[in-house]
Write a protein that binds this ligand. Structure first.
Ligand code: KG4
Ligand code: ZN
Length: 339
């Protein structure tokens, strides 16, 4: 049987990405143009810079994805785009391009929730059905737990009350003078440190609730650096102290994320756990979740690194809705907050 081809588009933050996938779903091409170089000197993503870079890069990235997949534009049967949540100016670039292509090709427009997409990346990587499952999304913008009843019905179990886990990694990286993006930098630094060296808080760890809070942990790192009276301490020089702080911080985040996943598994009675988002690229977290899942008799699904961080292949979540006959309206909006 001839497969149905879809184009996926991602521009919610600082990666310009396009993918080609089939209705199976199988990913034929997954192209990501990272903007890290543009934002590094600002120490974080600058929304206006991100939107402009998406404008410049999106069409070449789409062309490259089609070329790699060996699929022509006139073979595309639907255009999927992450339209929420994210930076509104950045989202608008992808959404506008998707609308234009859907009209020009006279094919369905399929809006996808980026957060759900992060969990759908687990389904893609597994190559088989993973639902129902507990879903944890740990990214730069979100830290949320879901009860994923099926491929399209995701009920929120809890989430962060303040910073996202990735955001905490990024802010602590800045405090430690480790640069941007913070997650991989903290992980590298932590490798030489002692995770027990500095006592840091683990909010809600033993409470029977599926929420997170990371802003106090970030402040605790600040105080551990310079005491409570120093408004803005200089980053510590490279060495044991810096590595210990990075390792202790990482351990606190890993402990909390792992404990809440365990609670969610027990509370729902589900025996599958899917974990997506940039922080899921963290080796220490992956190992801790692996151990916990084994203890709980649950199956763990974490995509390979390239499908953890932002990409357009995860927009293949749209295929599930498309199969059910769902189509987005031609006036699909870019919505910055989670809907
Ligand atoms: O999912 P993602 O690419 O973008 C959002 O949707 O936010 O996640 C980016 C976040 C950043 O905060 C980054 O520091 C974090 O994921 N991250 C990591 C690692 N790799 C990326 N955090 C911890 N360890 C890593 N290895
Ligand atoms: Zn993301």
């Amino acid at each position: 049987m001839i497969p149905t081809f879809f184009l996926g588009i991602e521009t919610s933050c600082d990666e310009t990405a396009a993918a080609v996938f089939t209705d199976e779903p199988a990913v034929l091409a997954n192209v990501v143009a990272s903007q890290t170089d543009l934002h590094a000197r600002f120490g974080g993503v600058v929304p206006e810079v991100a939107a402009r870079a998406h404008l410049q890069r999106l069409l070449p990235v789409i062309d490259e994805a089609l070329r790699q997949a060996n699929v022509r534009l006139d073979q595309i049967a639907g255009v999927a785009v992450h339209h929420t949540p994210g930076l509104v100016g950045a989202l608008l670039v992808g959404v506008s391009a998707a609308k234009m292509l859907a009209v020009a090709l006279d094919v369905p427009l399929l809006g996808v929730n980026h957060v759900h997409g992060h969990l759908y990346a687990c389904r893609l990587a597994a190559g088989r059905d993973i639902f129902p499952c507990v879903g944890l999304v740990v990214s730069g913008g979100h830290t949320m737990l879901f009860h994923c009843r099926d491929a399209v019905t995701f009920e929120r179990l809890g989430g962060t009350l303040d910073d996202a886990a990735g955001e905490a990694f990024d802010k602590v990286a800045t405090l430690l003078g480790l640069g941007f993006p913070g997650g991989p930098a903290v992980e590298r630094e932590a490798a030489a440190g002692d995770p027990k060296a500095v006592r840091l808080p683990r909010p809600f760890l033993h409470e029977d609730r599926l929420d997170f809070s990371f802003s106090g942990l970030k402040t605790a790192v600040l105080y551990a650096l310079a005491g409570q009276n120093e408004p803005r301490p200089a980053p510590p020089p490279p060495g044991k102290r810096r590595a210990d702080l990075a390792a202790s911080f990482q351990e606190a985040v890993v402990d909390v994320l792992t404990a809440k996943c365990r609670q969610a598994i027990r509370r729902t009675g589900l025996n599958r756990l899917a974990v997506g988002g940039g922080v899921a690229a963290n080796r220490r977290l992956r190992d801790a979740l692996e151990r916990m899942a084994h203890e709980e008799g649950a199956e763990l699904f974490i995509p390979p690194m390239g499908l953890c961080t932002d990409n357009a292949a995860m927009a293949a979540a749209a295929v599930e809705r498309w199969r059910r006959g769902d189509r987005s309206p031609p006036d699909l909006d870019a919505v910055p907050t989670l809907v």
